[in-house]
Design a protein around this ligand. Structure first.
Ligand SMILES: Nc1ncnc2c1ncn2[C@@H]1O[C@H](COP(=O)(O)OP(=O)(O)OP(=O)(O)O)[C@@H](O)[C@H]1O
Ligand SMILES: [Mg+2]
Length: 264
């Protein structure tokens, strides 16, 4: 197990402005003055309305986009480009359909030349998510929930310090989603990776994370954050849980009313 304390993220005054050639407005401020520090091994969720810049922020941390202003650092170093130390899982799992489950899971290991060293670990992760019996299956033979479990361990098998999750459970039905939330907690505890999750589901954010960050759109900003001071596993009907839910939903609605006032 990796006992290092890598995986610290510092987002410092990040603004992202996109150019728009298709509209009369020439630029779009997707993120404005966003600052956030994430501790090594912390589980943080970001919630916010569609278009508030969540994916843009995640893509900047992944190294797929660069900030227009500001800086993002991992363990003190400015992020430049993608790196296997920062894993990424999207809503659409995008497994390789022509590869078996095992070959999908170990694809990254092979391309890094770490297959021999880590194949046992890959087997352990597969077992942890209850899919060791499906090594030889192909993605088309799996359910959505199974595919997403494979996508998670495929991203974790190379031992990233940080796992960036953009609505990874968004396409799943409610029951599968709750099951995989538990899988995600198990994987987090096992790997000790820093987890940064984007979700529209406030309950999911509270159930999983130590801290919930709330963003609002136009321009995308962080408006508040909540430390979730509950031990795991969490009870969704617990009064404390319900209280967090009310507070966060209020924050999102309140912000919405404000933006109507300003922009419509
Ligand atoms: N490559 C791009 N070029 C131009 N505009 C972009 C680009 N990527 C994102 N945007 C714009 O930036 C804003 C934020 O987009 P982003 O995808 O980050 O939102 P989001 O919070 O992830 O939304 P959702 O919840 O719908 O996924 C949107 O208005 C979007 O149109
Ligand atoms: Mg998005």
């Amino acid at each position: 197990m990796d006992m290092s304390d890598n995986g610290r993220i510092e987002i410092e005054k990040v603004t992202k402005i996109f150019r728009r050639e298709d509209e009369d407005i020439e630029t779009l401020t997707a993120l404005e003055d966003v600052s956030l520090n994430i501790r090594s091994g912390e589980f943080v969720s970001i919630v916010g309305a569609s278009g508030c810049g969540k994916s843009t922020l995640l893509r900047i941390i992944a190294g797929l986009e660069t900030p227009t202003i500001g800086e993002v650092r991992k363990d003190g170093e400015t992020i430049k480009g993608t790196d296997e130390k920062r894993g990424l899982v999207f809503q659409d799992h995008s497994l390789y359909p022509w590869l078996s489950v095992w070959d999908n899971v170990t694809f990254g290991l092979k391309s890094l030349g770490r297959y021999k060293e880590k194949k046992e670990y890959a087997g352990q992760l597969l077992e942890m998510v209850g899919l060791s019996g499906f090594s030889k299956s192909y993605p088309s033979q799996l359910s959505g929930g199974m595919s997403q479990r494979i996508a998670l361990i495929r991203a974790l098998v190379t031992e990233p310090d940080v796992l960036l999750l953009d609505e990874p459970l968004g396409a799943l039905d409610a029951f599968t989603r709750m099951n995989i939330q538990d899988v995600l907690i198990d994987l987090w505890k096992e790997t000790k990776s820093t987890m940064l999750l984007i979700t529209h589901d406030v309950d999911e954010a509270i159930y999983l994370s130590q801290r919930v960050v709330v963003m609002t759109p136009r321009p995308g900003r962080i408006v508040d954050e909540f430390d979730i001071e509950m031990s795991y596993p969490r009870e969704r009907s617990h009064s404390q849980f319900v209280e967090y839910r009310n507070k966060i939903l209020k924050k999102l609605n309140y912000a919405h009313e404000q933006s109507i006032g300003y922009y419509i």
